[in-house]
Design a protein around this ligand. Structure first.
Ligand SMILES: NC(=O)c1ccc[n+]([C@@H]2O[C@H](COP(=O)([O-])OP(=O)(O)OC[C@H]3O[C@@H](n4cnc5c(N)ncnc54)[C@H](O)[C@@H]3O)[C@@H](O)[C@H]2O)c1
Length: 454
């Protein structure tokens, strides 16, 4: 890729003051010969957050022949404490910016005749990575409480973005992200990879085309918390020297350090995550929204059905998920805690169920049903990371654009709010506000610790 073309694109973005409409921003990358590994067609990327999933994402992008990973960023230098909860000692890999840098440099070294490669920078502060003019796209795989700030800043810096689910910590954050992506003409992929599964797409097409009659109900379940909470009388621990704890907390309130607060287990802290409702719900509810044709809207009612939260301790997210949501077309979605993940579509004339990694159909003939040329066909993508890179080049919409990711994550947030207030709430998906409940509306946003803001 020509560095000049990258700079001119950034300069253009700045000059335009951000008032850009999606199709008019052309990435420097499309100026090259798409589909080859010539430098002119290469997409340069930075990976922000290289823990468990971030390292997976980074490897997936490394494996794209037309991507060059040039930078990684993590507030962890190197640690294998991501597995501290395993009783018999953690034998797993090390994660963090230095292990990630080594993965990248070893990968490219194998491809050079000299067998040597040094060309991946490792940052603690993501703002330094975003400030680089030679980076086209970023992959954000930090804990959820960082997603919104990073996405909004990356969009303003003109980077295309692959960001993990659940998109946000609040509905207001998700809306701000969608707004920034639109305003700066950014290509965006949400990390809900079932949108790139042929099987899930087929099932959604069956439902959308009425093969099970009118869709009456979608049952989703989420697994229970998979890590044990520390004792109620947990004590603060010294911050390890391999961690920049202040930058880990970022926009979240300042609290004393404990190992179980951070790596992986952030999922069970309400300041960093919506618990299993958003962590796992963001996947299943996303498919439910897809099948129901409500990807860019939401339910009209949400009701607590007996959700439970811990009374004290370090883990503060929901321990028993149980809520229902009603859509304008009459479809009822339920989400509750259960050992194994289930996704079940019930129609007036049949059902389809996903459990233990396989689909069961009633009637069985649905399995071989063919979607005709004049029926509804959904967006085709069979590889989520590849789809993102292709769209960075073509500037087309991805399989899981920001509005879609925001809307499915919002349903999870609504469920958490209803379970917290132990009530039934009416929701207006057009203006994204509860009807008649100031108390619930106040829970649609949260303040951020200075200097972080949207
Ligand atoms: N799509 C999927 O199937 C899938 C699977 C697992 C996780 N995820 C998502 O990925 C995200 C991360 O989850 P995880 O399990 O990898 O957690 P993790 O704790 O293993 O990794 C998060 C990493 O982000 C780093 N980080 C925190 N603050 C940072 C900052 N300011 N700058 C740079 N790095 C920072 C942490 O140090 C850590 O290394 C979550 O949003 C999660 O929901 C998605």
């Amino acid at each position: 890729m020509s560095r000049n073309s990258v700079i001119s694109r950034r300069a253009f973005l700045h000059k335009a003051g951000g008032a850009l409409v999606f199709p008019y921003v052309v990435s420097s990358s499309v100026l090259g010969k798409a589909g080859t590994t010539a430098p002119s067609s290469r997409i340069t990327m930075g990976s922000i957050g290289v823990g468990g999933m971030g390292t997976n994402n980074m490897r997936a992008f490394l494996n794209q022949g037309d991507v060059q990973v040039v930078a990684v960023c993590d507030v962890v230098k190197a640690s294998n404490e991501y597995g501290h909860w395993y009783k018999n000692g953690w034998q797993g890999p090390w994660f963090g910016r230095e292990p990630a840098r080594k993965i990248v440099e070893d990968y490219y070294a194998k491809k050079t005749p000299s067998g040597q490669y040094k060309g991946c920078d490792a940052y603690i502060d993501f703002r330094k990575l975003l400030a680089r003019d030679d980076i086209d796209a970023v992959c954000i795989t930090t804990p959820d409480h960082w997603h919104a700030v990073m996405v909004v800043m990356a969009a303003a810096a003109g980077k295309d973005i692959y960001c993990e689910k659940p998109l946000s910590l609040t509905v207001a954050e998700g809306r701000a992200m969608a707004e920034a992506v639109r305003r700066f003409g950014i290509v965006f992929q949400t990390g809900t990879q079932r949108r790139s599964s042929q099987e899930f797409r087929f099932v959604c097409e069956l439902v959308r085309n009425g093969r099970i009659g009118r869709l009456k109900k979608v049952i989703t379940t989420v697994g229970p918390n998979n890590k044990e909470a520390p004792p109620k009388d947990w004590q603060p621990e010294p911050v390890p020297d391999w961690l920049d704890y202040d930058m880990w907390l970022g926009p979240a309130p300042w609290v004393p350090y404990h190992t179980s607060r951070c790596l992986y287990t952030f999922r069970f802290g309400i300041d960093y995550s919506g618990g299993q409702t958003t962590n796992l719900g963001a996947h299943w509810i996303d498919v439910a929204q897809w099948a129901n044709g409500t990807d860019i809207t939401g339910p009209i009612e949400v009701e607590d059905m007996g959700g439970e939260f811990p009374k004290d301790g370090l883990f503060t997210t929901v321990t028993k998920v149980n809520f229902r949501a009603l859509y304008a077309n009459g479809m009822e979605l339920t989400c509750k805690t259960q050992e194994d993940d289930v996704l079940r579509f019930e129609g007036t004339e049949g059902w389809i169920q996903f459990q233990q990694n396989k689909f069961t159909y009633y009637p069985q003939s649905l399995k071989t049903s063919v979607i005709g040329p004049n029926e509804i066909h959904l967006y085709i993508s069979n590889d989520h990371h590849r789809n993102f890179i292709d769209c960075v080049k073509t500037r087309k919409e991805t399989a899981a654009p920001v509005e879609v990711g925001h809307r499915s994550t919002s349903v999870c947030h609504l469920g958490n709010i209803a379970m917290t207030l132990k009530r039934k709430l009416r929701w207006d998906p057009d203006v994204e506000r509860f009807i008649g409940s100031d108390e619930a509306n106040r829970m649609l946003s949260r303040s951020m610790r200075s200097p972080w803001h949207l």
